[in-house]
Design a protein around this ligand. Structure first.
Ligand SMILES: [Fe+2]
Ligand SMILES: [Fe+2]
Length: 301
């Protein structure tokens, strides 16, 4: 098994994590067949008790996520003046919430974070940066908390997509974009919109949510996590890209490399949402050591 180097790399550095291809096929992770509601994962048509809530969620999300809204949110939250706390304190804060957009999950967030991280750790024991990425990838959901503006669910969770160009048909509940004002704006409704071919996802405005926020927090607090980790945090809800290969024309070479890691990560994010219980206190020291390695003791949020 090839081991990639473990040395932390600069957050914004051009150096990328190269994907050890044999790790992909060696991964021993077993995909469970059903989610907590007894349905297959990400089945938006299944008659679960969540279906109506989820549909209503995407109606609002597609209607309200515009270029103007995203710019406003990025400016406001870019100030990082909402709180000062450690990564672990944030995990505990988040534990109060359940994600309404998600047809698969009805457990406290901390379980999901640790299930994801621990499942990755089992299959990729030497990639400690990826374990930590598992732990922190959803911390941006604190946007739901009163101290963070208590944003509505549609501005925090759910699949993400680029704004400023045409909404690709592979987006879930695509029909609801008809109510988005950008959909009628000739500046924003063409294939490339305000972007150019191969411009790189870093230059693309994504719908606002926990992914973009956590990416901002990690980067601005000068994490030493590698670029693949930041890519995973930023795009893990960008299902049209990693599942359908939509919006490929906006990607550059570095994005292509990082996407390989995101695809690995995604399997764990999605399928660890089953009834596997984690002994939080037992694994806590390990994750505290990782946060010390890759982050300052207190972060600005
Ligand atoms: Fe997420
Ligand atoms: Fe997640």
């Amino acid at each position: 098994m090839t081991i990639v180097e473990e040395k932390p790399q600069p957050a914004t550095g051009a150096e990328e994590k190269k994907l050890p291809i044999d790790l992909v096929s060696n991964a021993g992770f077993v995909v469970p067949g059903n989610n907590a509601f007894g349905n297959t994962f990400r089945d938006y048509e299944a008659n679960s008790e969540r279906k109506d809530t989820v549909e209503e969620f995407y109606r609002k999300q597609h209607m309200y996520q515009t270029v103007e809204f995203v710019k406003k949110m990025r400016e406001e939250y870019g100030k990082l003046n909402k709180a000062e706390m450690s990564i672990w304190e944030c995990c505990e804060l988040l534990n109060e919430f359940v994600d309404e957009s998600d047809p698969d999950l009805d457990e406290p967030q901390i379980e999901h974070l640790l299930q994801t991280a621990e499942a990755i750790r089992k299959d990729y024991p030497n990639e400690d940066w990826l374990h930590l990425t598992g732990l922190i990838h959803d911390l941006g959901k604190v946007l739901l908390h009163p101290s963070f503006g208590q944003l509505p669910q549609w501005a925090v969770v759910g699949d993400t997509f680029p704004v400023g160009c045409a909404f690709d048909e592979s987006n879930v509940h695509h029909k609801f974009f008809q109510e988005n004002p950008d959909n009628d704006n000739p500046k924003y409704n063409t294939k490339h919109g305000i972007y150019s071919e191969g411009c790189g996802l870093d230059n693309v405005l994504m719908s606002w949510g926990h992914d973009g926020y956590m990416h901002m927090v990690a980067k601005e607090n000068k994490t030493t996590l590698p670029s693949a980790a930041l890519f995973i945090i930023r795009y893990h809800s960008f299902y049209p890209l990693h599942k359908e290969r939509a919006y490929k024309h906006l990607m550059n070479e570095e994005d292509e490399e990082n996407l390989k890691w995101l695809k690995i990560f995604n399997k764990y994010d999605l399928y660890s949402k089953s009834k596997v219980r984690i002994d939080v206190e037992k694994v806590k020291p390990y994750y505290l050591s990782l946060t010390e390695k890759y982050f300052p003791a207190k972060l600005r949020w």
